[in-house]
Design a protein. Sequence first.
Length: 333
Amino acid sequence: MNPAKVNEYDYINFLIAAQKVFSTTEAARTHPTGEKQVAHDAYTRLLQRIPPDSEALWEEVKPHSLPSSGVLVLDDTTLDKPYARQMELVSRHWSGKHHRVVQGINLVSLVWTIGQGAVRLPCDFRIYHKATDGQTKNDHFRQMLAQANQRGFAPEMVLFDSWYSGLKNLKTMRDYGWTWLTQLKANRTVSQIKGHHRPVSDLRIPYPGLVVHLKGYGWIKVFRIDTPDGDTQYWATSQLDLEIEALAFYALDAWQIEVYHQGLKQFTGIERGQFRRACAQFNHIALAVRAFVRLEFQRIHYQVSWFESKQGVVRDAMRAYLAAPTITLPSTA
């Protein structure tokens, strides 16, 4: 059997360099002509033979993460696929970007961060598509927590939004000995006296927070935050001595997964994979996440933004083009 002409690193480098078109055909066109030229089928086969998992991602970020420090942030995002008709993994999901249900692929991410954005490293991810594997987003949530626990993580805090604040998820983190911070819906029932439960929105919560009993779980501490836009948020944590000043810093940590998802979509072409088969689409997403890791390393070690790293590829190409002889128009005489 002939050896493969391309590997995963060729595709990752293509995703970093490409600007608008992210397809196997375009990837093949970037190769030199002659003996090193490849057909787009080489990339198609590549995306179908890679194991569809996140192990390769973890092997790359493991040497650069500190499992005993920092925080873990979990959340999901929708990769827009508005025109997809025959793509596997595509279904209807709520989009925070569009504030409505849209068609796309739902990506559930686990990000390790420290220092309010000094480092943002994706450690794991899952694709939520219940019709394929029967798993809910909360099932994927617990699976990633279990995987993180097996990998030796002992974070200062686990951060996530209210969607994942179900009792089963909270008890899983308690079993691992982890503390957590999340938001609660206004109608979540708690009590100051065990057995007398009412919605958290009915409580008079002082500025420093209030220790209450969460039905089915145990004692937690809740905070009420009135935002400048007139909204009210209810934050809850298993760390009963958490101060509101520390809550503000952890909230900044929680926001880093939004920054991560924005950068992932803007600079890696993760939403633009033109693949119908689930395996190829999954591996395109996996390699896009690994492409982001390289952009993040550039940002951390060389103080170069994701935009500058991406734009630098274009600038180098333009310099080479402008240094070439000027193209003249043919004579009309």
